[in-house]
Design a protein around this ligand. Structure first.
Ligand SMILES: NC(=O)c1ccc[n+]([C@@H]2O[C@H](COP(=O)([O-])OP(=O)(O)OC[C@H]3O[C@@H](n4cnc5c(N)ncnc54)[C@H](OP(=O)(O)O)[C@@H]3O)[C@@H](O)[C@H]2O)c1
Length: 244
């Protein structure tokens, strides 16, 4: 890479986001690593990534946080080539028991931050007429699941958002795509009870859960010129659990 390109990964200190940071670093990007709460973990990952990494801490469910994050990245690098909208929360609750605060929290984290960060990133990318925005959806957006109505709705909305934004930003050389992971072993899936995990496993033709690096490789592909003719679409990485 002749110019020093910059990738911003939200929720980059653990799980899928962390693997994405290492993959993008391998590809030569400087990493703007966003995290929310786990300072110790974030510092540890940053030290492994070396001086190509800067850290930013914001709770993206809060008003003004996405704008503040992007302003900091702009101030430090004054360019952005890749945005990975990875930060997200799940909520395993039957709708009948859900509260208004639940909608607000999950919508603000999984959706509002994706809208705002994509908007602000696209403005920076337009300057150099290139860029790649990668949004983390989920297999749950396509299959649905009991207790996941709010979560899967946010992840389905991310897919629709990606289709329209892909069309909107194509004239500016900016591509927008989603990755929809299946069940990947991270903190998010740690809490799933053993029996439920066994049932899920039976639905996966490849017979195993996915690894974070397998999602990061898909993200790396969508960030790279190898996917130069791909925009507005969703790449399913789920061991065959859902086939589009
Ligand atoms: N694991 C799976 O099987 C799976 C499947 C489909 C889709 N996904 C999606 O993949 C993405 C990453 O998931 P993961 O499995 O790697 O989960 P994870 O290990 O729980 O990581 C989630 C990340 O999101 C950040 N985050 C959560 N709420 C935030 C908020 N309000 N503001 C800012 N950051 C916030 C967390 O930051 P802190 O920890 O610093 O608070 C953390 O870095 C999510 O969007 C998830 O929906 C995961």
């Amino acid at each position: 890479m002749s110019i020093e390109k910059v990738a911003l990964v939200t929720g980059g200190s653990k799980g899928i986001g962390r693997a994405c940071c290492f993959r993008l670093k391998e590809m030569g990007y400087k990493i703007a690593l966003h995290y929310r709460s786990d300072k110790e973990e974030a510092f540890h990952v940053a030290s492994e990534l070396g001086d190509s990494c800067s850290l930013y801490s914001f709770d993206l469910s809060e008003k003004g946080a996405s704008e503040a994050l992007m302003a900091s990245v702009k101030k430090d690098y004054n360019r952005l080539d890749v945005l990975v909208n990875n930060a997200g929360v799940t909520l395993n609750k039957l709708l009948a028991f859900s509260k208004e605060e639940d909608y607000e929290f999950i919508l603000n984290t999984n959706l509002r931050s994706v809208f705002l960060l994509s908007k602000l990133a696209s403005r920076m990318m337009m300057v150099h007429k290139s860029g790649s925005i990668i949004n983390m959806s989920s297999v749950a957006a396509f299959t649905g699941n009991k207790g996941l109505s709010l979560y899967s709705a946010t992840k389905g909305a991310v897919v629709s958002f990606t289709k329209s934004l892909g069309m909107e930003l194509a004239p500016f050389g900016i591509r927008v795509n989603c990755v929809a992971p299946g069940y990947i072993e991270t903190k998010m899936t740690e809490a799933i009870p053993k029996e439920a995990k066994q049932k899920i496993l039976e639905q996966i033709p490849l017979g195993r859960f996915g690894e974070t690096q397998e999602i990061a490789k898909a993200v790396g592909f969508l960030a790279s010129d190898d996917s130069s003719y791909i925009t507005g679409t969703t790449l399913h990485v789920n061991g065959g659990m859902y086939r589009s």
